[in-house]
Design a protein around this ligand. Sequence first.
Ligand code: ADP
Length: 558
Amino acid sequence: VMNGAGGAAARALAALKRYFGYDSFRPGQEGLVGTIMSGRDVLGVMPTGAGKSVCYQIPAALLPGITIVISPLISLMRDQVDGLNDAGLNAAYINTTQDPDEQGMVLAQAAAGQVKLLYVAPERLETERFRQFAAHVPIALIAVDEAHCVSQWGQDFRSAYLGIGEFIASLPQRPTVAAFTATATERVRRDIVTLLGLRDPVVTVTGFDRPNLYFDVIRMENKHKAAWVAQYIAVHPQDSGIVYCSTRKETEALAESLNSTVLQLRAAAGEDAAQSEPIAVAYHGGMLADQRGRAQRDFVTDRVPVVVATNAFGMGIDKSNVRFVIHHNMPESIEAYYQEAGRAGRDGEPSRCTLLWNEGDIVTRRRLLDTDNGNERLNPEEREVVRMSRRRLLDGMIGYCRTTDCLHRYMTRYFGEPDDGRDARCGNCSNCQSTFETIDVTDIARAISMCVHDVNQGFGSGKIVAVLRGSRAQDVVSRGLDRCPTYGMLRDVPEARVRDVLSQMATDGFLFISEGRLPTVHFGARAGETRDEGFHYEIKRVERRHGNAAGHGGTSRR
Ligand code: ADP
């Protein structure tokens, strides 16, 4: 057995070298390849760019028979297939860009055993012609890329993915099935296993930690952000970076202001500011294609060091020396943040990912969730499901902003990657560098908890704060809330502080804020803990580090 496994591992490594020119596997790849080779189903959870493709391409090369790769993105098929053929692996695709004759030719070649990897979109599996084909060729492996598209709980549900399980079941002989995704949500992972009909799969979560990235979370009022970003760029003149904004308008305004302020800052620092080259260029989906193309080229070729972009920027952009990614606002999910921030430091060099946020982002994001009607083909019930799952994703993002835990660990835990007992403190994030102070808010948290009890979990956070602070507002008095035992209990605590503690308690599971147009505050799963004698609660002190972008702990280039 030892010998067999060793032999398979050696063969896999040889194939990695021969076809892809790499000397070693990345974390997780070897295990996934080995498991697939042994005939067992897998669910590989890896971030985008971690190298999922070779995990099924190597088995495809080594196993007898054909591998069918199901991929949602027709536009990427050609490039992938061309790359494989250049590497000496026979690959082909069938999609709607081809006419029926062309499609027939590809199928004939594949049936004649001349194709090792066949790329198709999920819709293809429903066609009679393809079913006929599949029933008559030896299929070694079915690889499902972007497998989360099968789940309605995911962000990119695609109904044709629902047909994959049935397609597999209809085959005369069941091939091994390997599914891949970058999603963290437990619910989505479960859907992948059941809906694709994976059999006792080995689930591997790997590759999420990016040790060369310095993660940094700064809470900051909107009005200070532009100056902070300008200052950061001014003191890192050599660095290439991306600033993500949430709206098109913001990207243009910020790029324009950066182009003037950064030069002024450099001039003030006595540097040669005579250069006329722009420092920042905007990029968003509303720009004309050639404008966008130019912006992208200028950035990728280092003619312009900084791109200020919406999340439309990044797909398919391969720039390895991005030294910083700054988020001007809080994104909608950790998945989105991780993907965007992860564009920093692809070359493995120290790089920095900074998230600027404030409570207003949470309000905006929640409002967007409530008003977004989403996919029109969904019925109201399904929409509600999507909204709830998005809400949960947002909570994960809010948790990242508020946590005092190591940010690297927060991230890997979020994605469910086992953390081999590493030291809890990475030393390479703003939390581990303790660039914040904490405030003991145990008493405030207890008071909030009691007040939620007083009002029978029947009011929103605004009322709770008003009661605790002894407000004389009419709707407090008229409802008799001024007779609550906790009325006025936090009279001497600033309102913003009470609000902060309340929101963090919701993030941490002590409270639960119901959804809908009139959200009310309820007890969360951990509510009981606030009554424990040893209960202790802290929040981060609001950082006042704006305008001090130079002093940024152990970051970038050393
Ligand atoms: P994913 O599908 O997970 O987004 P890809 O499969 O496209 O990622 O791989 C991302 C990049 O990493 C590709 O350029 C790929 O060639 C490269 N890559 C994959 N495996 C390795 C490896 N073992 N060593 C070096 N580079 C690798």
